[in-house]
Design a protein around this ligand. Structure first.
Ligand SMILES: *[C@@H]1O[C@H](CO)[C@@H](O)[C@H](O)[C@H]1NC(C)=O
Ligand SMILES: *[C@@H]1O[C@H](CO)[C@@H](O)[C@H](O)[C@H]1NC(C)=O
Ligand SMILES: *[C@@H]1O[C@H](CO)[C@@H](O)[C@H](O)[C@H]1NC(C)=O
Ligand SMILES: *[C@@H]1O[C@H](CO)[C@@H](O)[C@H](O)[C@H]1NC(C)=O
Ligand SMILES: *[C@@H]1O[C@H](CO)[C@@H](O)[C@H](O)[C@H]1NC(C)=O
Ligand SMILES: *[C@@H]1O[C@H](CO)[C@@H](O)[C@H](O)[C@H]1NC(C)=O
Ligand SMILES: *[C@@H]1O[C@H](CO)[C@@H](O)[C@H](O)[C@H]1NC(C)=O
Ligand SMILES: *[C@@H]1O[C@H](CO)[C@@H](O)[C@H](O)[C@H]1NC(C)=O
Length: 792
């Protein structure tokens, strides 16, 4: 039993150690996605068996053995991109029935094995690009992948594609094929059971070197429903465009070129080859054109269906020799949508605009249009631009908003106008706009103030990334307002926007918002106001936490709402701020605190009084002073009195009527000091007492119960002062008027107890006959001893 326990503990430790090792290399998140990317791994690491995703990319894994992946039957994505895989056991993926995405790109797989895929019934995305396998087929490889939707395969090493290569792929939507060095291709190899939505072919020099082979490929993939993209290719001669005849015959409607180098000759030839084709979309992205636009040879071609031209990042080598587009008139008249983005366009000549009668959408963003060239470019005479509903001149070098508004006024159907990323800086006081305008983008145009220039017909207005601080124009139709990245310190007045549904006002200087400021927007549903300078006052924090949802939905996530002030809370999410009662209810809190302090002080005073704390304190102080003061004897001549008589008011009768006459009028007579008689008026009583004691040879205490409880306390201090009670000092003389029980003397009067213990005291006798003896004893006690006085 015990042994077993120890064993299981060791096993447990081992498992822990193993777990901690894998967690060191792999980070698994709460969605059970384990990221082991870039960890110099040489084999598949151990991760929790319930992992749903595993990213092993950028490692040095060379092989996957039969059991490496068997624990992970839940796995949905597996990424092995950029490893050194040269061996995958044929049953390595046998438990991955749930796998949806598998990436084996950029490895060292020299052949593809169909049994890898036998169990991958759920696989939808497979990437095999960049492996050195040289053939596809003849046996069908992907037959079991009945749910595959995207397939990426091929590499510069691929030489032979056999027929039946794609057999079984009945659901393919997207295929990327890299075949730059293809030597042999059997007709029908890439023909899928049903047309593939998107086919992207990366062929590099193959178009130049083996147009016939490309023809066969295009024949298989062309279909009216297939968007065809030719990538990474060179098309410079008239022969390299021959294969596109196959695309035309296949009925291709959408053709794009991406990362292509071409020439006037090739373009003219392409247009001729595809003459009369049903092409409706032509895209050119990252195209380098060698030539000057001499395409007249293609003038008589027919492209009635070509409605959309999308050109982006066009690099024209002979830019300054490039002739006007006028010769492309045969193409332009049919176009409905034209985008020439980042194509160094600086003007559209008037002759060209005349051809743009059917144009509905014109995107000239990221070009070089300026105030000088925009005027001819938007020339609207002779029906030009009469159908234009969208104009995008974002990221040009326009400077005058007034000019723009005047020019677009003639665009009678304009709905969308994007003027963002220009440098308008200011707005004119008055502008005119087409009545149809609904969408205006003035983002990043360096605007500082708003005037009544903007059209009140707008439904969407983007004024983000400007320097605006106030907004006071009314927009009755506006549904979306974007003020992100300005300098607003409060929300604009809701009454100005009766239909506003979405307000974006992030990265401004908003300090707060509240029920009343939000309530003024009648229809507001969504607010994005994160990253502002929120003042985390109690009202705002509690409104934000409890009530804000009653007014709107915060669409940008509550964690973006962060305190700016007070300093102690800077950077804290408002959601997590806890303000104390004291911070939130300052005045009541202070009053309560003050009352508490007063009560406590009162209690302390009462307690001190009860416990005689003050008395003890004074006592301590006196004691310290007494310790410091040197014990100097007093000189005889300074002693004006023979005795200072200390007594309680209670015993005044006895003192005044019996003691004083007896001592002062008899021979020898004693000079007594009585507080009633001899104290200097107007002085502090304690000072008087001290003074009197100092000037008296002896101090005579008339002790009674009353004296002890009411008067003694004063003297206890002064005694310490004068060391009256010290062992060798006998200046204190005690007379007991009545018997006092020692127990009745309060404990704190330790001096009195001490004196009563160490000295003999004189008791006032009740009987007349004993009084003579009393008086003579008292006289003796008060008698000055001349020798000692002089000596000291
Ligand atoms: C995995 O981590 C790397 C950096 O270590 C990161 O680049 C990669 O995007 C992460 N993968 C996923 C799927 O999050
Ligand atoms: C393959 O296609 C080419 C042209 O597309 C054609 O000339 C050839 O006859 C076809 N071969 C077979 C075997 O179908
Ligand atoms: C563009 O194509 C060339 C070959 O024509 C290739 O070498 C280059 O890597 C490609 N560039 C990109 C970004 O794909
Ligand atoms: C292709 O160009 C060559 C010269 O570059 C020319 O001789 C030939 O006639 C052209 N072919 C066609 C079909 O235009
Ligand atoms: C604009 O196009 C050029 C090539 O014509 C390219 O180098 C550059 O990266 C593009 N710029 C953007 C922002 O895409
Ligand atoms: C205008 O062009 C810019 C930059 O290319 C783009 O971000 C924006 O979405 C375009 N606007 C419209 C309305 O298409
Ligand atoms: C306005 O233009 C900017 C910059 O081109 C863009 O990021 C933004 O999305 C546009 N606004 C709208 C509402 O489309
Ligand atoms: C609501 O906020 C505004 C500023 O946005 C402020 O002027 C107003 O006094 C606040 N109302 C209440 C009730 O706090």
């Amino acid at each position: 039993m015990r042994l077993l326990g120890a064993k299981s503990i060791i096993l447990f430790i081992l498992i822990l150690a193993q777990g901690s090792e894998s967690s060191r290399t792999c980070k698994c998140d709460q969605q059970y996605f384990c990221n082991c990317s870039s960890n110099h791994l040489q084999q598949v690491p151990k991760v929790p068996a319930n992992a749903l995703g595993l990213d092993l990319s950028f490692n040095q894994i060379e092989s996957i053995n039969i059991n490496d992946l068997s624990p992970y039957s839940e796995l949905k994505t597996l990424n092995l991109h950029k490893n050194k895989l040269s061996f995958i056991h044929k049953e390595a993926f046998k438990s991955q029935r749930n796998l949806k995405a598998l990436d084996l790109s950029l490895n060292n797989l020299k052949e593809l094995v169909s049994s890898w895929f036998h169990e991958l019934k759920s696989l939808q995305h497979l990437n095999l690009v960049g492996n050195p396998y040289s053939t596809l087929g003849p046996a069908s490889i992907f037959q079991s992948l009945v749910n595959l939707r995207t397939l990426q395969f091929g590499s510069p090493s691929l030489r032979v594609v056999h027929k039946n290569g794609l057999d079984g792929l009945t659901h393919l939507d997207e295929m990327t094929f890299i075949g730059s060095n293809l030597r042999s291709y059997e007709n029908g190899s890439l023909k899928a059971a049903r047309p593939i939505g998107l086919v992207s072919l990366s062929l590099q020099n193959l178009l130049q070197n083996d147009p016939e082979l490309v023809s066969k490929v295009l024949q298989d993939v062309s279909h009216p429903e297939t968007l065809l993209t030719i990538k990474d290719a060179t098309l410079r001669t008239n022969t390299s465009t021959e294969p596109f005849k196959a695309a035309k015959e296949g009925g291709t409607k959408s053709l794009s070129f991406q990362n292509v180098t071409t020439s006037d000759e090739a373009i003219t030839s392409l247009l001729q080859v595809m003459d009369g084709s049903p092409l409706s979309f032509l895209g050119l992205t990252d195209v380098h054109l060698f030539g000057q636009g001499w395409w007249q040879k293609a003038s008589y071609t027919h492209y009635e269906n070509l409605h959309t031209a999308y050109i982006r990042n066009l690099d024209i080598q002979g830019f300054f020799e490039f002739s006007s587009m006028i010769q492309l008139g045969f193409l332009l008249v049919h176009l409905h949508k034209v985008s020439v983005i980042n194509g160094t366009v600086f003007v559209i000549p008037r002759e060209t605009t005349l051809l743009l009668r059917n144009l509905e959408y014109l995107d000239l963003s990221q070009n070089l249009l300026s105030d000088l060239t925009i005027e001819p470019s938007l020339f609207t005479g002779f029906g030009a631009y009469q159908n234009l509903n969208t104009l995008n001149v974002s990221q040009n070098i326009l400077k005058s908003l007034g000019l723009m508004s005047r020019l677009v006024t003639n665009l009678k159907r304009l709905i969308y106008l994007d003027l963002s990323h220009n440098s308008f800086v200011s707005m004119p006081e008055k502008c005119s706009w087409p009545a149809t305008l609904r969408f205006l983008n003035l983002s990043s145009t360096k605007l500082r103030t708003m005037t009544a220039c903007l059209p009140s017909t707008l439904t969407v207005l983007d004024l983000s990334e400007n320097d605006l601080m106030v907004f006071n124009q009314r927009f009755p139709q506006l549904t979306t307002l974007i003020l992100t990245g300005n300098r607003f310190m409060e929300l604009p007045q809701g009454e100005l926007f009766p239909r506003l549904c979405t307000l974006l006002i992030q990265r401004n200087a908003l300090r707060m918002f509240n029920g009343s400021s939000l309530g003024r927007f009648k229809n507001l549903q969504y607010l994005e106001a994160g990253n502002n300078n929120f003042v985390c006052s109690c009202e705002f924090v509690s409104f934000f936490k409890q009530d804000v949802d009653r007014f709107i939905t915060l669409r940008d996530g509550r964690c973006n709402y962060v305190c700016d002030t007070p300093f102690a809370l800077r950077g804290d999410a408002i959601e997590s701020v806890r303000l104390s009662v004291f911070e939130c209810y300052m005045i009541p809190a202070v009053s309560v605190l003050c009352s508490v302090i007063i009560i406590v002080l009162g209690l302390i005073v009462v307690t001190c009084h009860k416990l005689h704390v003050i008395w003890y304190l004074q006592m301590t102080k006196a004691w310290i002073q007494a310790k410091r003061k040197p014990a100097v004897g007093r000189l005889a001549e300074e002693l004006r009195y023979d005795a200072f008589v200390s007594y309680s008011q209670h015993d005044a009768e006895w003192v005044e009527e019996i003691l004083v006459p007896e001592l002062e009028s008899s021979q020898p007579s004693f000079t007594l000091c009585l507080h009633k008689r001899d104290f200097r008026p107007g002085r502090w009583i304690v000072d008087n007492i001290i003074d009197s004691i100092e000037k008296s040879h002896r101090t005579l205490f008339v002790l009674s119960e009353h004296f002890v409880t009411s008067e003694w306390c004063r003297y206890e201090l002064d005694f310490s002062h004068f060391r009256i009670v010290d062992e060798h000092n006998d200046s204190a003389v005690l007379v007991l008027l009545e018997p006092i029980k020692k127990e009745t003397i309060p404990k704190r009067f330790c001096k009195l107890r001490k004196i009563m213990n160490s000295r003999t005291y004189l008791e006032w006798p009740e009987e007349e006959e004993k009084r003579g003896e009393f008086w003579s004893n008292l006289r003796a006690a008060l008698q000055r001893d001349e020798c000692t006085e002089n000596a000291s």
